[in-house]
Design a protein around this ligand. Structure first.
Ligand SMILES: Nc1ncnc2c1ncn2[C@@H]1O[C@H](COP(=O)(O)OP(=O)(O)OP(=O)(O)O)[C@@H](O)[C@H]1O
Ligand SMILES: Nc1ncnc2c1ncn2[C@@H]1O[C@H](COP(=O)(O)OP(=O)(O)OP(=O)(O)O)[C@@H](O)[C@H]1O
Ligand SMILES: [Mg+2]
Ligand SMILES: [Mg+2]
Lengths: 298, 298
C-alpha cells in the first residue's frame, strides 16, 4: 500500500501520461550517480486512449488481456495477474526497439540504450471507455482496481497509475487504490480553474473511501521560462499550494513531444547530460529523484 | 435542428474549448468584408471545468442557474431557459471588460472592441462532474440536452456545444442534440490514437440515437509549421480523413494561449489584420468562414 502513486488531473492535456511514463521509467532504471536506486515498477494505464502503451510502441491489437478485464471481473476467482495481464520488461523492450527502427528506417542498428529493465505495464484498451457506465451499477464499483492490485502489490516497489481526464469512476478507482497522488498542472490559464474541483474530489475520496490517500505533490508542466502567462500561473499555484509544489518544473520542449513517435520515453531516448536534446530527460530524472525523496520522508 | 454543432474529442487539451469559444464569437459577430453574416449564437458549456465561462471573464460563483439544472430537471414542467439560464451579450460584455481591466490595471480605459453583440452563453458549473453518474440511471439519460435545447432552438442561428474530454454521457448528450460535430485534433503523436475511438462513438450515436448527426470537419490545432512531428501528424490525418479536414489550420501561438487571462476570445482581442498579434485571430476568422460555407453546402 506504501508505494502506489496515482497521476491525476481532470484537465485534459496537462501531461499526466507523459509524467506517469517518464517517472515510472526513471524510478525503474535508477541512476547510481544521483543515488537513485533501481526499483521494480508497475505502470498501470487506466485511460481508454491507451497512450501509455503507445509510449512504448506497444500495438494494442496484439494485447491479450487488459485492465478492463480486471475491473469487470465478477467471477470471484483469483486471476493470475502477473502471468496473464502484465507486459514484462522484455516485451516492452522489443516493442520499443521495433517502434524506434520504424521511425528511423535508414539507421542500421537500434542503439543499445533503447530498453527497459525493471518496468512492467498493465495496458488498457478501447473497451475501457464503457467501464464508467458499466461499473456504475456494480457492487464495489469504486474499489475494483484496489482489489485487483492487492494480489500483486508485494511484487513491486512502485505502482504508478495514469488516469483519464475526468473525475469519474476510473479516476476514483485510481485514487481509492493509491497511497499518493501527483497532480501535473500545465502552466496555462485554464489549468487554474480545475484545481479546486480536483482537490475537492481528493478530499471526498480521503473521507469516504481511502483515508491513507495523500497529495505527494504538484508538478508544473509545459512551462515556458520567459512567458508572462507561464510565470503568472506558476506564481498563482505557488501562492495557494506552496509546500506541495515540486521544485522541479518541466519545460515545454519539442523533444518531450516527439518521444512518443519514437516509441520510448524521453528519459530513455536522451541522456540527461546532453545539453541540447537532454533537457527534458534531465528534468524528469530530477523529478524522479524528488519523488523518491518525498516518499521516504513522509 | 439544422445548426447545432458539437465540438468533441475525448483527447484532452486538443483545443475544444478554444475552438468552440472563438468559432461561436466569430459566427456571432460576422465580418462584412469576408461576406460572413452576423448570426445569433448560443454557446453551451457542457464541461464541468467551465472553461467557456472563464474565456469571457465570467465568475462562476455568481451564476444563478446552469446547464446542470437543465439536465437534471425531472419535474416535467417547462423551464424558461432564455430568462433563467442564459447569460445575454450585455452580461458577457460586462464580464469581459472587467476581466480585461483586471489584467491591465495601468490602462485608464478598456478598448471599445472588447464586447460581444449576438452571443449568449449557457454556463456549466462544478456540480456537472457528478452528472455522468447521476444521469446514468435516469430515463432518457442520453437525450436530456436535446430536449432542453428543443424549446429554444428557433431563437438561435447557431448553437455551439463545448464538451469535456471523455466519451461519457455528457458528450453523448451533446452528440445526440447536434446536427454536426467538429473534431479538433492536436498536431501531436498521441492525438492519432484516439481518432478511431471517437469515430466509432459518432457512428454508434448515428445508428442508435441521432441519425442526422454528421461530421462537419476535422480542424488541426496547435500546428508548428516547421516541426517534423506536426507535419507527420497532419499528413497522417489527411491520409485517413482527407475530404473532412478543414483547409484552415490553427497554429500554436502564444496570443491564443494568453487570451483566457485577458477575459476575451482571441478573435475579439486581436484584429485579424494585425500581422504580429493577430495571426491566431485571423486563423479562427478563416475557420468560421469555412464552417459557414460547409453548413450551407451540405
Ligand atoms: N513538457 C512538454 N513539452 C512539450 N510537449 C509536451 C510536454 N509534456 C507533454 N507534452 C505533449 O503534450 C500533449 C499532452 O500531454 P499528455 O498526453 O501527456 O497529457 P495528458 O494529461 O495525459 O492528456 P489526457 O488528458 O488526454 O490524458 C502530448 O502531445 C505530449 O506529447
Ligand atoms: N493554437 C493554440 N496555440 C497555443 N495554445 C493553445 C492553442 N489552442 C489552445 N491552446 C491552449 O492549450 C490549452 C488547451 O486548450 P483547451 O483548453 O482549449 O483544450 P480542450 O480540448 O478544451 O481541453 P480539455 O480537454 O481539458 O477540455 C489551453 O491552455 C489553451 O489556452
Ligand atoms: Mg493521458
Ligand atoms: Mg475544454
Amino acid at each position: 500500500y506504501k508505494m502506489v502513486i496515482a497521476v491525476a488531473n481532470q484537465k485534459g492535456g496537462c501531461a499526466k501520461t507523459t509524467t506517469a511514463v517518464n517517472l515510472a521509467t526513471a524510478l525503474a532504471e535508477g541512476d547510481p550517480r544521483q543515488r537513485l536506486p533501481a526499483r521494480k515498477v508497475l505502470l498501470v494505464d487506466l485511460d481508454p486512449q491507451g497512450n501509455c502503451s503507445t509510449s512504448f510502441g506497444v500495438e494494442k491489437r496484439h494485447l491479450k488481456r487488459t485492465v478492463n478485464d480486471l475491473l469487470m471481473n465478477d467471477s470471484g476467482e483469483e486471476m493470475n495477474v502477473i502471468e496473464d495481464f502484465l507486459l514484462p520488461p522484455e516485451q516492452l523492450t522489443t516493442a520499443m526497439r521495433r517502434a524506434w527502427a520504424a521511425e528511423y528506417p535508414d539507421k542500421k542498428k537500434v542503439p543499445d540504450h533503447i530498453k527497459v529493465n525493471n518496468l512492467w505495464l498493465l495496458p488498457s484498451d478501447i473497451h475501457l471507455s464503457g467501464a464508467e457506465i458499466e461499473l456504475s451499477t456494480r457492487i464495489g464499483r469504486e474499489t475494483r482496481l484496489k482489489e485487483a492490485l492487492a494480489t500483486i502489490e508485494e511484487d513491486f516497489d512502485y505502482i504508478i497509475i495514469d488516469t483519464p481526464p475526468s473525475l469519474g469512476l476510473l479516476t476514483i478507482n485510481a485514487l481509492a487504490a493509491a497511497r499518493w497522488v501527483i497532480v501535473p498542472v500545465q502552466a496555462e490559464f485554464y489549468a487554474l480553474e480545475g484545481m479546486s474541483l480536483l482537490m475537492n474530489s481528493i478530499k471526498l475520496v480521503q473521507r469516504r473511501i481511502n483515508p491513507h490517500l495523500k497529495l505527494l505533490g504538484i508538478v508544473m508542466t509545459m512551462v515556458l521560462a520567459k512567458s508572462k502567462l507561464s510565470i503568472s500561473v506558476c506564481n498563482e499555484v505557488n501562492k495557494h499550494f506552496s509546500r506541495q509544489v515540486f521544485k522541479t518544473m518541466i519545460q515545454r520542449l519539442v523533444k518531450i513531444a516527439e518521444a512518443p513517435s519514437e516509441g520510448a520515453p524521453t528519459v530513455i531516448l536522451h541522456s540527461p547530460n546532453n545539453k541540447t536534446s537532454g533537457r527534458g530527460s534531465h528534468q524528469y530524472w530530477t523529478l524522479a529523484k524528488e519523488v523518491h525523496q518525498r516518499v521516504q520522508i513522509i
